[in-house]
Design a protein around this ligand. Structure first.
Ligand code: ZN
Length: 306
């Protein structure tokens, strides 16, 4: 058995929020079911944000509720604030992820708050969640940690400062997110080390975009640095409506191919994952799906790690 790696599918949230058409709710549910059946253990199924800003996410309550009926699936929703977290809790989500952008300009565009004010919002969410009957994990994503299309450079000291504040606010875990996909492997290594030195194992995952084609290389360096959880999107969809220039997430199929080929165990069946692409494509026929595994086919040399 290879060492386990958690691949968290973010396509239903990060991917669909940028699609030109709105995927019908029933197709979203069938798509999520198909990915779970392929072995995906954790899915970010939607976000509780104002539907007038992100109409693709208007059915998130229904999607969360349907996803809870899928056996062994950890259901995550993105929430920008306490109100969103309360809605996620009411719907039964297992965890929420709260974005905190390290870039001030992106933070204001995304949540209308500065970075440290958004950390305070996270603290309110944590404090509120801890008083509820049912446990709900509160994770945070340090967005634009590797650069910003509005602000440009994001100082690493600033990322460490925000991460430290989030740890003090009591989050269960956090991600470093390359929201616009400007990061490079050397930067990933430096930043993972710096943030780990500040917050230890609270830094759990990487959320990478492939804007410059370095997403998989960045994931590999994260892996070498001990990261064992990665976000990715089927078909490489994704982007941020409030971060101009961002393109899609790293491609789930390609990430699984790399990890399994290297002997890590994702428990995901690549063939079944490719079949789930057909449902995704059917739901948003005008979108171009990306991915090398889908283009080339699974090579005969491929073996599952397990
Ligand atoms: Zn993203």
């Amino acid at each position: 058995m290879g060492e386990p790696i958690l691949v968290t599918e973010v396509g239903p949230r990060d991917g669909l929020q940028m699609s030109h058409s709105i995927m019908p709710t029933q197709v979203k549910i069938r798509w999520i079911e198909a990915m779970a059946k392929a072995g995906v253990k954790e899915i970010e199924v939607g976000s509780f944000v104002p539907p007038k800003l992100v109409p693709q996410m208007a059915d998130t309550a229904e999607i969360v509720e349907a996803s809870l009926g899928i056996p062994n699936l950890h259901v995550i929703a993105l929430v920008p604030n306490l109100k969103g977290a309360q809605r996620a809790y009411e719907c039964g989500a297992h965890a929420v992820i709260v974005p905190v952008s390290v870039s001030e300009a992106h933070s204001r565009a995304n949540t209308r708050k500065g970075s440290l004010d958004q950390v305070e919002e996270v603290r309110h969410i944590v404090d509120w969640a801890r008083t509820q009957d049912r446990p709900m994990k509160v994770d945070a994503g340090c967005a634009t940690a590797f650069g910003c299309s509005i602000d440009g450079d994001v100082p690493e000291s600033r990322v460490v400062e925000v991460a430290t504040a989030l740890a003090e606010a009591g989050v269960d875990s956090m991600a470093l997110a390359d929201t616009v996909g400007y990061g490079n492997p050397a930067q990933v290594r430096r930043l993972v080390r710096a943030v780990r030195a500040a917050v230890g194992t609270k830094l759990k995952r990487l959320h990478l975009h492939d804007t410059m084609g370095l997403g998989i290389a960045n994931a590999l360096v994260g892996l070498e640095e001990g990261i064992r959880c990665f976000d990715s999107a089927l078909g490489g969809l994704g982007g941020c409506p409030f971060a101009p220039g961002a393109s899609g997430n790293i491609v789930t199929e390609d990430l699984v191919f790399m990890l399994e080929s290297m002997g890590f165990d994702t428990e995901i069946d690549l063939d079944a994952l490719l079949k789930a692409r057909e449902i995704l494509q059917g739901g948003i026929p005008e979108e171009t799906l990306l991915g090398n595994v889908a283009r080339a086919g699974i090579p005969p040399t491929y073996r599952n790690a397990a």
